[in-house]
Design a protein around this ligand. Structure first.
Ligand SMILES: NC(=O)c1ccc[n+]([C@@H]2O[C@H](COP(=O)([O-])OP(=O)(O)OC[C@H]3O[C@@H](n4cnc5c(N)ncnc54)[C@H](OP(=O)(O)O)[C@@H]3O)[C@@H](O)[C@H]2O)c1
Length: 241
């Protein structure tokens, strides 16, 4: 199944992993729409992508914004969701947890994903696909990150439930390990590289992953006509050791 001339919406596509998916899909001749909350940045990213790509502002935490953003979409072959925010919950043991911040951790990645799926699923044709995003914290809990693990695991179970309910639309997920995107830029370069080395040294592939490497998983899952309900780990093999 080729992506040529397919309509693809990538929510979170103006940066990082979603941007790499947008570039890969555009290179295969897809009609790409990227969406995210910063109107200026999403417009600039669509311009940079070229080839008639569209940029749509949307705040996935606001159902009215989601409805409005996609009101003119008649059909879309593939929906990719990579949106994620980074402000909210700091690492905290359960005893010290701010429950309001803990709840807000689900707002973009879980409830935002479900809001977009609810809005668009009726416009995805049979054989089209939805691909959501979680992260290896779902499988590798650590002290102070129990809520993050729960949220990421919830996304994986949402994938399984939706795959059953929305068939023959295919629903899959991608579970990235450590990926070199702008989210790590707040750490000074030298300390950052040392941290990457420390975090990945026990992996079979002992390095950080690149956005275009994880993008391959999304591109595959869009094309893979007999695959649904799966979550593909792209983690340098960290899950097997
Ligand atoms: N990078 C990693 O190492 C890594 C590892 C495991 C999992 N992940 C997961 O992969 C996903 C993508 O990560 P990334 O590294 O590519 O991060 P990123 O570059 O920050 O991309 C996230 C995107 O989400 C958009 N966004 C944030 N809030 C939004 C909202 N309310 N409505 C619509 N769009 C919103 C942002 O654009 P605007 O600012 O314009 O809204 C941004 O383009 C995240 O869920 C992350 O948790 C990443």
């Amino acid at each position: 199944m080729s992506l040529k001339d397919r309509g693809i919406i990538i929510v979170g596509g103006r940066s990082g992993i979603g941007w790499a998916v947008a570039q890969g899909a555009a290179a295969e001749g897809a009609r790409v729409t990227i969406a995210s909350s910063s109107a200026a940045k999403v417009a600039a990213a669509a311009d940079r992508l070229g080839g008639g790509a569209r940029g749509v502002p949307v705040d996935v935490t606001d159902p009215a914004s989601v409805e409005a953003a996609f009101a003119n979409v008649e059909t879309v072959d593939h929906l990719v969701f990579t949106a994620g925010d980074w402000g909210g919950l700091r690492r905290a043991k359960v005893a010290d947890l701010d429950l309001t911040a803990a709840r807000s951790l689900f707002a973009v990645r879980f409830w935002g994903a479900l809001t977009v799926v609810k809005a668009l699923q009726g416009r995805i044709p049979p054989g089209g696909s939805i691909t959501l995003t979680d992260g290896m914290i779902a499988h590798r809990p650590s002290p102070g990150a129990a809520v993050s693990s729960a949220m990421a695991g919830a996304v994986e179970h949402l994938v399984r439930g939706l795959a059953v309910e929305l068939a023959p639309i295919r629903v899959n997920g991608v579970c990235p390990g450590l990926i070199r995107t702008g989210v790590w830029d707040s750490i000074a370069p030298e300390a950052r590289e040392a941290q990457f080395e420390q975090m990945t040294r026990r992996q079979p592939l002992p390095r950080i992953g690149e956005p275009d490497e994880v993008a391959q998983a999304y591109l595959y899952l869009m094309r893979a006509g007999y695959t649904t309900g799966q979550v593909l780990k792209v983690d340098g093999g960290s899950s097997v050791v």
